[in-house]
Design a protein around this ligand. Sequence first.
Ligand code: GLC
Length: 747
Amino acid sequence: MGKLRVAAAFTALGAVASILTGCGRSDSAATESELDAAADKRAGELVSQLTLDEKVQLVHGTGMPLMARTMGMAVPPGALYGSGFIPGIPRLGIPDLNMADSTTGVLVSDATTDVTALPAPIGLAASWNTQLAHDYGARIATELRTLGYGEGLGGAVNLASEPRSGRTFENLGEDPVLAGALVAARTRGTQSQQVIGTIKHYAMNDQETDRATIDAQTDERTMRETELLAFEIGVREGQPGNVMCSYNKVNGTHACENPYLLTEVLKNEWDYRGVVQSDWGATHTTEQAVTAGLDEEEPGAAMALPPEMASGMGSQPGPHFAVSLKDAVTSGLVPMERLDDMVKRKLRTMIRLGVMDNPPAPGGKLDLKAGAATALDVARKSMVLLKNDSIGTSPALPLDQKVRSIAVIGGHADKAVLSGGGSGQAGGASGLFGCQQPPAMLFGGCAPWHMSSPLDAIRAKVPGAAVTWTDGTDLVAASEAARAADVAIVFATQWQTEGQDLVTLSLPGPAEDPFNQSYDQNSLVDAVAGNAKRTVVVLENGSPVLMPWHDRVHAVLEAWYPGEQGAQAIADVLFGQVNPSGRLPLTFPTTDETVSPPPDSGYHQGLLIGYRRYQAENVAPLFPFGYGLSYTTFRYSNLNTTTRDDGAVTVTVTVTNAGSRTGTDTTQIYAGLPAGLGEPPQRLVGWQQTTLEPGKSQEISVTIPSQRLATWDAASDSWRDNPGEYSFHAARFAGDPDAPRSSVRLH
Ligand code: GLC
C-alpha cells in the first residue's frame, strides 16, 4: 500500500513547477507570506469600513463596456473599452477596476488603439518555453496597464481533450504538466507588471458545443490527474489574482456554483486566496453560487448584445448579485462573513498586485516596437517543422537564397495571417476579404486577420527571384504557377472561434466555413503537389489538421495563428535564418475518427487524453505530441536515474547536436508507472531545452518530485505514491521508439 501524503504534495508541486520551468522563485517564501499577510490585514480593515451597498458594488461588474460601446450605448463613468468594469469607492481610496480580454493581446473596442497581437497561446505552447511564457504575459500586461486596465482575462488552460473545440487556439494543448507550467509562468509575467492575472475556464470546459448546459460527467481521479492538475500547477505556481469559473456543469452542477471545484479543491486544498470570477453569463443563482464559493459575477449587469449575436447567445442568465445579494445578506440567507470574504479577496488581490495603490491610468502610449519584437520572438519559437523530405541529396527546407522562382499560393498570404475569433483575438485585427457578418452567429462568422503578408516577407528574402502570387481559387492557375516555379508554397488555413466547435479537423472548404473559405483547400494542395518540383505547405490553424496529401508534399511547416509578426517569422524559418525548434503541444491524428467522440458527448475518455490514449490503444497518430523537426539532428545517450530520500527522481541524459547547424532541442522526460495501477502507458513528467552548436554535447538533468509520479486516491482525497517499477524515457516526442530508457524501483 503506497504512502498517502497530503501536505508534502503541495510543496512538491510547487517545487515541480519550478524545476519543470526553471522559473525558480526569486523571492524567499518569508517575503511572499509577509506581503500576503499585510495585504490581508489591510483588506480586512477596509472591509470593516464599507457599507453593505458598497460591499455588494465591489463583487459584480456593471456590464460589458466593449459591447455597450459597440452598440452605441452609455457606459458607467470610468468604464473604458474592455470586457468588464467595477467602480471603486473613492472615499476609501479604492480605485475603479477596468478589465480586458487578453488571450493574445489586449481586446478593446476603440478602433483608435493599435495593440500588439502575439501568436495564439497554442503557438506559445509549441515553444515549450516557460521564460517565453513569462515574457508573453508581461508584454500583454504592459499594454493592459498602459491603456488603463488593471485586470487581464487571458490565461486559458483547458486541455485539448476535444481537439475540435473552437477554443483550442486559446489554450495550451493536451498535457496538464506542460499547460500548467506555461500558464503559471504566463501568470507570473502578467502580475510582474502590476496587473491581475487570470487562469480560466475552471473547469472541464473543453468544448463549445452546448457550453452553457453540457455536463462534464467525469470521475475524480480523471479530473485530478488531467485538467485539474493543469489548474493546480497554474494556481500554486502562478498565484493568479483571478480564477474564472466556466459555463459548463461538472458532475451535474454548474462550475460557478460547484462547491467541490470552488471551495473544496481550489480554496481549501490549494489554499487559493484570490477571487473566483464567473465567466460572462455563467452565474445562475445568488445564494447557491456565493455559498459554493463564487466571489464575483460578470458581466454583472444586463449585457447589451447586437441582435445577430443575441439570438445566437440565447438567454443570458443574470444579473443576480446586483439585484439579490443585498437582500440575501439582510435576510440571513448569505452570512455577512461570506460577503466580507468575497470583498476581502477582491481588495487583497488589488493590494497585493499593486492595483490599489498604483491604479493604471488610461491613455498611455504603447511601445509597439517592443511589442513587435516580442511577437516576432514568440512566432519564431512557436513554429513546428512537421515534414522536411530530401529532394536528391538536400532537404526541401530551408530554401536556398539562390532560388530563382517561387509560387506563393492561397490562404490570403498576399495580405495577412489568420487569427482565431471570439474573445481570444487581440485588437488591431480586421475581418477582411469580403466576409459578410452572418446572422445569429454566436461570435460572428468573419475571421479576423493581421495585416502581415507572407508574400511580401518571402519576396524580401529573395529580391532577385520571380515570386508569383495565386490566390488559390483557380486550381488550374495554381497548378500552372506551381509547375513554372522552382518551389511552390501553399498556405492552408483553419479558422476557429469561441462559440462553436469545428465539424472536422479536415482543412475547411466552403461547406465547413462558408463565410471565410471560397475553395476546397485539400484539392488545392493536391493540384499544386501534382505539378510542383518542390511543394511546401504552411499551416495557419488553431487545432490539429488532417493531411490527406501528406505523402505528396515535401515539407509542412506548422505556423499556428502566428500574430502580427507571423509573416516575418514564417519567412525566417522557410529561408533558414531561424532553425525551427517548436514541438507539438497536441497530437495530430490521421483521421477524425481517431479523436474522441463527436463534440456533444462530454467526457468519456477518462485518463486517456491525447497521446495517453494513442499509446494505450496502440493507435499511430499522424504526428505525435512533442514532435517537431529541426534543420539539425539531436542524439540522446547515457541516460541515468537517481532517487532522493523524498522520493524525487533525477534523470540525466547527454544531448548531442549531431548535425551541421546550431539548434535548440526539447528533451522530454516521460515516465511509465508500475503495471496494474490503471494508468496510461506514459506521462510527461518534465523537459529541458538546450541550444547546441554542431558537434557539441551537454548533459541535462531533470528532477521529478514524487508527486509528479503519484496517482490520485479518491478514497483518501490525496496523492498516492505507489511502490513498484517505474520507467523513465528521454524522448523526442511521446512514444519515441528510440528513446533511451531506464527503470527504477520506487517506494
Ligand atoms: C467570454 C469567454 C471568456 C471571456 C469573457 C469576457 O464568453 O468565455 O473567456 O474572458 O467572456 O469576454
